[in-house]
Write a protein that binds this ligand. Structure first.
Ligand SMILES: Cc1cc2nc3c(=O)[nH]c(=O)nc-3n(C[C@H](O)[C@H](O)[C@H](O)COP(=O)(O)OP(=O)(O)OC[C@H]3O[C@@H](n4cnc5c(N)ncnc54)[C@H](O)[C@@H]3O)c2cc1C
Length: 271
């Protein structure tokens, strides 16, 4: 699998992307016209640190429209149809174009072999490979017999590899990365987003730093399946709320001992 960033390159990212987002943020709080804000930012009259500080604050406050002004285009190759089905579930702020199984005749269709099968029971691996090879052979026979590709493809396994072009604005990319870099995500799409993050880092470490599992900006994990805390990146929400409730109860009890209003046993009303 590969994920190559087609656009922007480092020069465009450095020269225009941060100034563009800065302009979107700054316009909200400035009497200046946006073109003047952009001119100053692009001319180096605003320090990169000041631009980054404002952008980080605005994004951290959830004002996401400011980062919809910049897009990233990736060439994604050799991923399985299992992955692409998950990927194209994202709708907002993202565009896809995918290799057609109607118009492309797959002579030697490439497939994905998951590590758990590759490194698992050799007999099961052999059966898996036979099954996949058999499906691809039947596809070839069907096409040779005149069955249109759009029908012959019904025999393709989920393991079949595919290629896509994906363009996402930064807000969408952060959202997608939040879900897909999470350890709850399936390994293949998680790997893809690790590659995507690496590519964005390559042109802008600052913008790339926003691509993280969703628990990182949230500060806690909200995944139901991690209530046991087996993923240690951030504490689970239940744990955080439990600690908060315990702390609040302790503070209330301590207040009651000191006879403060609001402590247990007190009405909490002012005299
Ligand atoms: C770990 C994991 C497991 C999953 N398991 C399953 C599964 O078992 N079955 C399954 O079907 N799917 C599954 N999904 C897919 C998931 O339900 C979403 O469809 C997918 O992640 C796309 O995310 P999104 O809905 O946030 O869409 P995006 O298109 O990325 O949308 C971004 C955000 O925009 C807003 N938005 C977008 N469209 C609308 C709209 N029409 N109305 C209102 N707000 C909107 C929402 O706030 C949304 O979060 C899974 C995803 C993950 C990450």
């Amino acid at each position: 699998m590969t994920a190559a960033l087609l656009f922007p390159d480092r020069e465009i990212a450095e020269r225009y992307y941060v100034p563009l987002v800065y302009t979107a943020c700054r316009t909200c709080y400035s009497e200046l016209e946006p073109q003047e804000i952009f001119r100053r930012a692009a001319a180096g009259e605003v320090s990169p640190a000041a631009m980054q500080r404002l952008i980080a604050n605005v994004v951290g406050s959830g004002h996401g429209s400011t980062i919809e002004h910049i897009v990233f285009t990736f060439a994604i190759s050799g991923v399985s149809r299992t992955l692409s089905h998950q990927l194209v579930r994202h709708r907002a702020g993202v565009a896809f174009d995918q290799q057609s199984q109607r118009y492309v005749k797959f002579k030697d269709a490439a497939t994905m072999l998951p590590a758990t099968i590759a490194e698992g029971d050799p007999a099961l691996r052999e059966r898996f490979e036979d099954q996949v090879d058999g499906a691809l052979e039947l596809y070839g026979d069907l096409v040779d017999a005149g069955v249109p590709g759009e029908d012959a493809r019904f025999v393709f396994p989920n393991a079949t590899r595919t290629n896509l072009v994906m363009t996402a604005n930064l807000r969408a990319l952060i959202h997608m990365s939040g879900l897909r870099l999470c350890t709850m995500a399936q390994w293949e799409i998680r790997r893809l987003f690790q590659l995507i993050r690496h590519e964005v880092f390559g042109v802008s470490p600052f913008l790339g730093s926003f691509l993280a599992p969703k628990c990182v900006p949230l500060g806690y994990c909200d995944e139901f399946n991690n209530r046991d805390g087996h993923c240690p990146i951030r504490p689970h929400r239940d744990e955080v709320l439990g600690a908060w409730a315990a702390q609040r109860a302790a503070a209330k009890a301590a207040g009651a001992e000191r006879g403060e209003p609001g402590g247990s046993g007190e009405s909490g009303e002012a005299d």
